[in-house]
Design a protein around this ligand. Structure first.
Ligand SMILES: [Mn+2]
Length: 339
Protein backbone atom coordinates (compact mmCIF):
# COMPACT_ATOMS: atom_id res chain seq x y z
CA UNK A 1 0.00 0.00 0.00
CA UNK A 2 1.30 3.44 -0.94
CA UNK A 3 2.43 5.64 1.94
CA UNK A 4 1.42 9.29 1.85
CA UNK A 5 2.20 12.17 4.19
CA UNK A 6 -0.66 14.66 3.69
CA UNK A 7 -0.45 18.22 5.02
CA UNK A 8 -3.09 20.93 4.80
CA UNK A 9 -1.00 24.03 4.13
CA UNK A 10 -3.51 26.83 3.74
CA UNK A 11 -3.07 30.59 3.82
CA UNK A 12 -2.67 32.69 5.88
CA UNK A 13 -0.54 30.33 8.01
CA UNK A 14 1.73 28.45 5.61
CA UNK A 15 4.47 26.07 6.79
CA UNK A 16 7.83 27.69 7.63
CA UNK A 17 11.11 26.32 6.11
CA UNK A 18 11.95 24.26 9.25
CA UNK A 19 8.71 22.33 8.84
CA UNK A 20 9.09 21.90 5.07
CA UNK A 21 12.66 20.62 5.32
CA UNK A 22 12.10 18.26 8.25
CA UNK A 23 8.95 16.75 6.74
CA UNK A 24 10.62 16.39 3.31
CA UNK A 25 13.53 14.51 4.88
CA UNK A 26 11.12 12.28 6.84
CA UNK A 27 9.12 11.42 3.70
CA UNK A 28 12.35 10.34 2.00
CA UNK A 29 13.52 8.22 4.96
CA UNK A 30 10.11 6.57 5.35
CA UNK A 31 9.60 5.99 1.63
CA UNK A 32 6.40 8.05 1.52
CA UNK A 33 4.90 10.48 -1.01
CA UNK A 34 4.62 14.01 0.33
CA UNK A 35 1.31 15.72 -0.48
CA UNK A 36 1.06 19.43 0.36
CA UNK A 37 -2.53 20.66 0.07
CA UNK A 38 -2.16 24.35 -0.71
CA UNK A 39 -5.72 25.23 -1.69
CA UNK A 40 -8.90 24.74 0.35
CA UNK A 41 -10.49 21.36 -0.42
CA UNK A 42 -13.94 22.75 0.40
CA UNK A 43 -15.25 26.17 1.43
CA UNK A 44 -15.36 25.44 5.17
CA UNK A 45 -13.32 26.05 8.34
CA UNK A 46 -9.80 24.44 8.30
CA UNK A 47 -10.85 22.07 11.16
CA UNK A 48 -13.55 20.66 8.87
CA UNK A 49 -11.20 20.55 5.88
CA UNK A 50 -9.19 17.94 7.76
CA UNK A 51 -12.10 15.55 7.10
CA UNK A 52 -11.68 15.91 3.31
CA UNK A 53 -8.00 14.94 3.26
CA UNK A 54 -8.64 11.17 3.28
CA UNK A 55 -10.86 11.41 0.18
CA UNK A 56 -8.43 13.76 -1.55
CA UNK A 57 -5.51 11.36 -0.99
CA UNK A 58 -7.52 8.33 -2.19
CA UNK A 59 -8.49 10.22 -5.37
CA UNK A 60 -4.92 11.30 -6.17
CA UNK A 61 -2.86 8.33 -5.01
CA UNK A 62 -5.29 5.38 -4.86
CA UNK A 63 -5.50 3.18 -1.75
CA UNK A 64 -2.98 4.62 0.73
CA UNK A 65 -1.65 4.48 4.25
CA UNK A 66 -1.91 8.16 5.23
CA UNK A 67 0.00 10.16 7.82
CA UNK A 68 -2.07 13.33 8.09
CA UNK A 69 -0.16 16.02 9.96
CA UNK A 70 -0.49 19.74 10.70
CA UNK A 71 1.82 22.29 9.11
CA UNK A 72 3.12 23.40 12.53
CA UNK A 73 5.04 20.20 13.28
CA UNK A 74 8.78 19.48 13.19
CA UNK A 75 10.17 15.95 12.76
CA UNK A 76 13.64 15.17 14.15
CA UNK A 77 16.06 13.62 11.63
CA UNK A 78 16.31 10.30 13.55
CA UNK A 79 12.55 9.84 14.02
CA UNK A 80 11.54 6.24 13.24
CA UNK A 81 8.71 5.65 10.78
CA UNK A 82 5.25 5.80 12.34
CA UNK A 83 4.06 3.76 9.32
CA UNK A 84 5.87 0.81 10.96
CA UNK A 85 4.17 1.36 14.32
CA UNK A 86 0.58 1.07 13.15
CA UNK A 87 -0.63 -1.10 10.29
CA UNK A 88 -3.38 -0.33 7.75
CA UNK A 89 -6.66 -1.24 9.43
CA UNK A 90 -5.77 0.72 12.58
CA UNK A 91 -6.49 4.38 13.29
CA UNK A 92 -3.45 5.69 15.15
CA UNK A 93 -2.99 8.94 17.01
CA UNK A 94 -1.33 10.50 20.06
CA UNK A 95 -3.25 11.38 23.24
CA UNK A 96 -3.86 15.08 23.88
CA UNK A 97 -3.21 14.63 27.61
CA UNK A 98 0.53 15.18 28.13
CA UNK A 99 1.01 17.28 31.26
CA UNK A 100 0.39 16.22 34.85
CA UNK A 101 -0.44 19.85 35.59
CA UNK A 102 -3.61 19.46 33.54
CA UNK A 103 -6.46 17.23 34.67
CA UNK A 104 -5.55 13.59 34.13
CA UNK A 105 -8.74 11.96 35.40
CA UNK A 106 -11.82 11.24 33.34
CA UNK A 107 -13.12 14.82 33.67
CA UNK A 108 -11.84 18.03 32.14
CA UNK A 109 -12.76 20.10 29.13
CA UNK A 110 -12.40 17.13 26.78
CA UNK A 111 -15.39 15.46 28.45
CA UNK A 112 -17.56 18.50 27.76
CA UNK A 113 -16.28 18.73 24.19
CA UNK A 114 -17.04 15.07 23.45
CA UNK A 115 -20.51 15.41 24.96
CA UNK A 116 -21.40 18.58 23.05
CA UNK A 117 -20.29 17.09 19.73
CA UNK A 118 -21.97 13.77 20.52
CA UNK A 119 -25.27 15.60 21.08
CA UNK A 120 -24.88 17.57 17.85
CA UNK A 121 -24.12 14.43 15.82
CA UNK A 122 -26.39 12.00 17.75
CA UNK A 123 -23.54 9.73 18.81
CA UNK A 124 -22.21 8.38 22.10
CA UNK A 125 -19.34 10.49 23.48
CA UNK A 126 -15.90 8.87 23.50
CA UNK A 127 -14.12 8.56 26.88
CA UNK A 128 -12.29 11.71 27.95
CA UNK A 129 -8.82 10.15 28.02
CA UNK A 130 -9.09 9.18 24.35
CA UNK A 131 -9.06 12.81 23.23
CA UNK A 132 -6.35 13.01 20.56
CA UNK A 133 -3.73 15.66 19.90
CA UNK A 134 -5.15 16.63 16.50
CA UNK A 135 -1.82 17.32 14.75
CA UNK A 136 -1.29 13.72 13.67
CA UNK A 137 -3.58 10.99 12.42
CA UNK A 138 -2.37 7.75 10.81
CA UNK A 139 -4.94 5.65 8.96
CA UNK A 140 -5.60 3.92 5.63
CA UNK A 141 -8.06 5.18 3.03
CA UNK A 142 -9.63 1.75 2.45
CA UNK A 143 -10.81 1.27 6.03
CA UNK A 144 -11.61 4.87 6.98
CA UNK A 145 -12.85 6.77 3.88
CA UNK A 146 -16.44 5.88 4.78
CA UNK A 147 -15.98 7.13 8.36
CA UNK A 148 -14.72 10.52 7.15
CA UNK A 149 -17.69 10.73 4.77
CA UNK A 150 -20.03 10.19 7.71
CA UNK A 151 -18.34 12.98 9.63
CA UNK A 152 -18.60 15.33 6.63
CA UNK A 153 -22.38 14.85 6.66
CA UNK A 154 -22.55 16.58 10.07
CA UNK A 155 -21.44 19.86 8.46
CA UNK A 156 -25.10 20.60 7.75
CA UNK A 157 -26.72 19.64 11.09
CA UNK A 158 -24.00 21.41 13.10
CA UNK A 159 -24.01 24.51 10.84
CA UNK A 160 -20.24 24.05 10.46
CA UNK A 161 -19.54 24.83 14.13
CA UNK A 162 -15.83 25.04 14.87
CA UNK A 163 -15.65 25.23 18.67
CA UNK A 164 -14.92 22.57 21.33
CA UNK A 165 -11.85 20.93 19.70
CA UNK A 166 -13.76 20.32 16.46
CA UNK A 167 -11.74 17.78 14.50
CA UNK A 168 -10.44 15.89 17.52
CA UNK A 169 -13.93 15.49 19.03
CA UNK A 170 -15.57 14.63 15.70
CA UNK A 171 -12.98 11.98 14.87
CA UNK A 172 -12.72 10.31 18.28
CA UNK A 173 -16.51 10.20 18.77
CA UNK A 174 -17.03 8.65 15.33
CA UNK A 175 -14.24 6.11 15.89
CA UNK A 176 -15.67 5.24 19.31
CA UNK A 177 -19.07 4.58 17.76
CA UNK A 178 -17.99 2.79 14.56
CA UNK A 179 -14.50 1.33 15.07
CA UNK A 180 -13.66 1.30 18.79
CA UNK A 181 -11.49 -1.79 18.30
CA UNK A 182 -9.34 -0.05 15.67
CA UNK A 183 -8.29 2.91 17.85
CA UNK A 184 -4.52 2.78 18.46
CA UNK A 185 -2.31 5.15 20.44
CA UNK A 186 1.27 6.00 19.50
CA UNK A 187 3.71 7.14 22.20
CA UNK A 188 3.56 10.92 22.82
CA UNK A 189 7.09 11.17 21.33
CA UNK A 190 5.33 11.26 17.93
CA UNK A 191 3.34 14.43 18.66
CA UNK A 192 4.70 16.33 21.65
CA UNK A 193 2.48 19.27 22.53
CA UNK A 194 4.68 22.36 22.87
CA UNK A 195 1.79 24.02 24.67
CA UNK A 196 2.05 21.47 27.47
CA UNK A 197 5.87 21.46 27.42
CA UNK A 198 6.67 25.21 27.39
CA UNK A 199 10.27 24.73 28.47
CA UNK A 200 10.95 22.41 25.53
CA UNK A 201 9.28 24.87 23.14
CA UNK A 202 11.79 27.62 23.93
CA UNK A 203 14.83 25.30 23.66
CA UNK A 204 16.00 25.01 20.02
CA UNK A 205 17.43 21.51 20.63
CA UNK A 206 14.74 18.85 20.23
CA UNK A 207 14.35 16.36 23.09
CA UNK A 208 11.98 13.99 21.29
CA UNK A 209 10.90 12.93 17.78
CA UNK A 210 7.97 15.14 16.70
CA UNK A 211 7.18 18.59 18.09
CA UNK A 212 3.74 20.18 17.62
CA UNK A 213 3.79 23.97 18.01
CA UNK A 214 0.21 24.52 19.13
CA UNK A 215 -1.29 28.00 19.63
CA UNK A 216 0.88 30.38 21.68
CA UNK A 217 3.98 28.15 21.25
CA UNK A 218 4.11 28.94 17.49
CA UNK A 219 6.62 31.84 17.75
CA UNK A 220 9.32 29.28 18.75
CA UNK A 221 8.77 27.08 15.68
CA UNK A 222 11.30 28.92 13.47
CA UNK A 223 14.22 28.29 15.81
CA UNK A 224 13.62 24.57 16.33
CA UNK A 225 16.55 22.48 15.04
CA UNK A 226 15.44 19.15 13.59
CA UNK A 227 18.72 17.95 12.07
CA UNK A 228 20.95 15.99 14.43
CA UNK A 229 24.67 16.73 14.31
CA UNK A 230 27.57 14.49 15.27
CA UNK A 231 28.20 14.67 18.17
CA UNK A 232 24.58 15.62 18.85
CA UNK A 233 23.62 19.02 20.20
CA UNK A 234 22.44 18.92 23.79
CA UNK A 235 19.41 20.67 25.28
CA UNK A 236 21.65 21.53 28.26
CA UNK A 237 24.99 22.17 26.49
CA UNK A 238 26.91 23.14 29.64
CA UNK A 239 26.58 19.74 31.33
CA UNK A 240 30.12 18.23 31.24
CA UNK A 241 29.17 14.79 32.47
CA UNK A 242 26.78 14.13 29.59
CA UNK A 243 29.37 15.34 27.05
CA UNK A 244 31.90 12.86 28.44
CA UNK A 245 29.44 9.95 28.51
CA UNK A 246 28.25 10.64 24.97
CA UNK A 247 31.80 10.86 23.61
CA UNK A 248 32.55 7.53 25.32
CA UNK A 249 29.34 5.72 24.26
CA UNK A 250 28.91 7.32 20.80
CA UNK A 251 26.17 5.32 19.02
CA UNK A 252 26.39 2.40 21.42
CA UNK A 253 24.89 3.37 24.78
CA UNK A 254 24.24 0.87 27.58
CA UNK A 255 20.61 -0.20 28.17
CA UNK A 256 20.42 1.94 31.30
CA UNK A 257 22.38 4.52 33.26
CA UNK A 258 22.11 5.71 36.87
CA UNK A 259 22.58 9.41 37.59
CA UNK A 260 22.77 9.00 41.39
CA UNK A 261 20.89 11.52 43.51
CA UNK A 262 18.14 13.56 41.89
CA UNK A 263 18.76 17.30 41.77
CA UNK A 264 18.99 19.19 38.48
CA UNK A 265 17.52 17.64 35.28
CA UNK A 266 20.43 18.52 32.93
CA UNK A 267 22.25 15.18 32.84
CA UNK A 268 19.14 13.00 32.66
CA UNK A 269 17.51 15.31 30.08
CA UNK A 270 20.59 15.28 27.82
CA UNK A 271 20.96 11.48 27.91
CA UNK A 272 17.24 10.85 27.34
CA UNK A 273 17.20 13.31 24.43
CA UNK A 274 20.23 11.81 22.68
CA UNK A 275 19.43 8.11 23.22
CA UNK A 276 15.73 7.41 22.49
CA UNK A 277 15.89 3.88 23.96
CA UNK A 278 18.04 4.55 27.03
CA UNK A 279 16.53 4.07 30.49
CA UNK A 280 17.86 6.52 33.09
CA UNK A 281 17.49 5.92 36.81
CA UNK A 282 18.06 8.19 39.81
CA UNK A 283 17.60 8.11 43.56
CA UNK A 284 15.22 10.27 45.52
CA UNK A 285 15.32 10.88 49.22
CA UNK A 286 13.29 13.39 51.16
CA UNK A 287 16.38 13.84 53.31
CA UNK A 288 18.47 15.82 50.86
CA UNK A 289 21.62 13.98 49.93
CA UNK A 290 22.85 16.60 47.44
CA UNK A 291 24.48 19.58 49.13
CA UNK A 292 23.75 22.78 47.31
CA UNK A 293 22.83 26.09 48.87
CA UNK A 294 19.86 26.36 46.52
CA UNK A 295 18.33 23.47 48.46
CA UNK A 296 18.66 24.96 51.92
CA UNK A 297 15.46 26.98 51.74
CA UNK A 298 13.51 23.91 50.56
CA UNK A 299 14.91 21.87 53.41
CA UNK A 300 14.10 24.58 55.96
CA UNK A 301 10.50 24.84 54.75
CA UNK A 302 9.77 21.11 54.35
CA UNK A 303 9.46 21.71 50.58
CA UNK A 304 12.11 19.35 49.24
CA UNK A 305 9.42 17.37 47.38
CA UNK A 306 9.33 20.29 44.91
CA UNK A 307 12.75 19.19 43.64
CA UNK A 308 11.39 15.81 42.54
CA UNK A 309 8.16 17.22 41.09
CA UNK A 310 10.04 19.81 39.05
CA UNK A 311 12.70 17.33 37.95
CA UNK A 312 10.10 14.97 36.46
CA UNK A 313 8.07 17.74 34.83
CA UNK A 314 11.20 19.08 33.12
CA UNK A 315 11.90 15.66 31.56
CA UNK A 316 8.60 16.04 29.66
CA UNK A 317 7.39 12.90 27.89
CA UNK A 318 10.88 11.43 28.31
CA UNK A 319 10.04 10.93 32.01
CA UNK A 320 8.50 7.67 30.74
CA UNK A 321 12.06 6.33 30.49
CA UNK A 322 13.12 7.55 33.92
CA UNK A 323 13.20 4.95 36.70
CA UNK A 324 12.83 6.35 40.19
CA UNK A 325 14.67 4.73 43.09
CA UNK A 326 13.68 5.71 46.62
CA UNK A 327 16.10 5.95 49.51
CA UNK A 328 14.36 5.24 52.78
CA UNK A 329 15.00 8.02 55.26
CA UNK A 330 13.19 9.75 58.07
CA UNK A 331 9.45 9.70 57.62
CA UNK A 332 8.47 13.24 56.58
CA UNK A 333 5.39 13.11 58.82
CA UNK A 334 7.68 12.57 61.82
CA UNK A 335 9.68 15.64 60.86
CA UNK A 336 6.47 17.61 61.08
CA UNK A 337 5.59 16.14 64.46
CA UNK A 338 9.02 17.07 65.83
CA UNK A 339 8.87 20.68 64.73
MN1 LIG B 1 -1.40 22.28 14.88
Amino acid sequence: MKRVIAILDLPPRRAVPTVRESVGAAAERWNAELHWIRRPLQPCHPFWQKMFVCGDVAKRFGPSHVLQIDNDMVIRSDCPSPFELAKPGQFAMVAERQSAQNRIDNGGWQKTAHEIWARRCRLNPAPTWMHPNGGLYLYDTETFARMFERIIQYLIVTFGANDQATDESLIINQLWNDHADLITFLPPDFNVSMLQTPEWATNPVMQSFVYHFIGPSKPHLDRCRWQRSNPPELPFPANRQSIELISEWKDDPPASYDIGSIFRPDLAANLLAVYPKLLVSGTWSDELTVYDERLTSLDETFSSHLVLTRFLIRLGVNARRFKLRIKEGDDATLQLARS
